[in-house]
Design a protein around this ligand. Structure first.
Ligand SMILES: [Zn+2]
Length: 98
């Protein structure tokens, strides 16, 4: 079975509810979600031979505030955060591992 998201809902508790097609429901705290951002800005980009240091991440007060999200290519979600950060594409596989 191909993993698919049925529903996504930000909750007033500061969590994001995800409902999957295999019946699993997930409640991810937004702070955890933001800290898991997989983008190159947050994780650093390895050079051609795979060396790379993760940069020090810095967060603001509104960094853990979710503004909106978009579905990407049927395999991922792109989150837009209140501090303007919007480059993290979270694959369904990554989301399920959180
Ligand atoms: Zn990021």
């Amino acid at each position: 079975m191909i993993l698919n998201l049925i529903a996504v809902a930000p909750l007033p508790t500061g969590e994001l509810a995800l409902s999957w097609n295999d019946g699993v429901e997930q409640y991810l705290p937004l702070e955890l979600l933001r800290r898991a951002c997989p983008c190159a800005v947050c994780c650093g980009e390895p050079d051609v031979i795979g060396r790379g240091e993760a940069p020090a991440r810095s967060y603001k007060e509104n960094s853990f505030e979710l503004k909106s999200y978009d579905f990407v290519g049927g395999y991922a979600l792109l989150f837009k955060w209140a501090d303007g950060h919007a480059s993290g594409i979270y694959s369904y596989k990554l989301l399920r591992s959180l």
